[in-house]
Ligand binder design. Structure first.
Ligand code: NCD
Length: 334
């Protein structure tokens, strides 16, 4: 860890400038670089024999998941624990919740326990922002509906940056179920802010008609869209979010949109393959390709996830500590 990253240095307190991490939209390139630079340090810490530091010692992080998740919740839990925080995991089955009032009630109940950070996943777009307005601690969006999943885009960016040196001028294809994907939305924002070119490849039924307003190029044929791409990000077919029939069959989907070595040949010879997980092997990606350590960054993405979440928790808690110190927090919700 370098001095500039130390929260105990009163001469230069870490300032992120935002009270919450609700999405990538609206962030500036220097803020993204600040998160990625700090995450780089945390990769080293996570690889060392002593993984734990005391950056968040004495603090309590609550993971509040209204939607099932194993990997994201575990990743946030590992991140908070490696920073020395106490972690409470709360999983609330979405189906048992009446929206609106109950969500706010949950937020206010948890707020009364004085958490220092809340990590929230919810099946409704916008629910995490609503909750953030009712608590006096930083809120980190761990995925809200089909809106945003900011830490996923940040971990993807860290994975690419460490392999390719920079994000600028890379051509990145995001392929598959764009319509239901918060991962796609957060990545489109992040890659555009950082100067990469984004292409979306999907069947017409899974490509929202107004998505090109986000400044991306769209394609419906893999062979065409993958031409000269540096990075190929595959998305999971989110069958649980589909009402009605978006794809004729998973077999046919793999035939046209599943990534295998033959389709990948259209991309640059050194193109790298990514997937946020969980993967449907043989549906959106060929199993062998997913495990190919020369081409696939999928396991690396999981490693980067913990480091990125450590950086996010650290920066947001430091921001609140600094605001508390300067008396610029006027929230008095409890
Ligand atoms: C992603 C999600 O939940 O949006 N997964 C994850 O964070 N582990 C992508 C997905 O579910 O396909």
């Amino acid at each position: 860890m370098t001095d500039t990253h130390s929260s105990s240095n009163p001469a230069s307190p870490l300032r992120f400038g935002e009270p919450h991490l609700l999405g990538i939209e609206g962030l500036k390139a220097p803020q993204i670089n600040q998160l990625l630079d700090l995450a780089d340090d945390y990769v080293e810490q996570s690889r060392s024999t002593s993984k734990k530091s005391d950056v968040l010692q004495g603090k309590t992080v609550i993971n509040l998941f209204f939607e099932n998740s194993t990997r994201t919740r575990t990743s946030f839990e590992a991140a908070a624990k490696r920073l020395g925080a106490d972690v409470i995991n709360m999983t609330v089955a979405s189906s048992s919740i009446k929206k609106g009032e109950t969500l706010i009630d949950t937020a206010m109940t948890l707020n009364a326990m004085h958490p220092d950070a809340l990590v929230v996943r919810h099946s409704d777009s916008g629910a995490v922002k609503l909750l953030s307005e009712k608590v006096n601690c930083p809120v980190l969006n761990a995925g809200d509906g089909s809106h945003e999943h900011p830490t996923q885009a940040l971990l993807d960016a860290l994975t690419i940056r460490r392999r390719r040196g920079a994000l600028q001028n890379l051509r990145v294809a995001i392929c598959g179920d764009i319509a239901h994907s918060r991962v796609a939305r957060s990545n489109i924002h992040l890659l555009s802010i950082m100067g990469a070119t984004v292409r979306l490849i999907a069947p017409p039924t899974l490509l929202p008609s107004k998505i090109d307003r986000m400044g991306v190029q769209t394609f419906t044929r893999m062979e065409e869209g993958l031409q000269d791409c540096d990075i190929v990000m595959m998305l999971r077919l989110q069958l649980e979010r589909m009402q009605g029939s978006f794809v004729p069959s998973v077999r046919e989907y793999f035939h046209f949109y599943g990534l295998d070595a033959t389709k990948l040949a259209a991309a640059r010879p050194d193109a790298l393959v990514m997937h946020p997980g969980p993967m449907n092997r043989g549906v959106e990606i060929d199993s062998e390709l997913a495990d190919d350590i020369d081409r696939s960054l999928i396991r690396r993405q999981v490693e980067m996830g913990v480091a990125v979440r450590m950086a996010c928790l650290h920066l947001l808690c430091a921001e609140w500590d600094a605001r508390r110190e300067e008396g610029s927090l006027d929230l008095e919700l409890v």
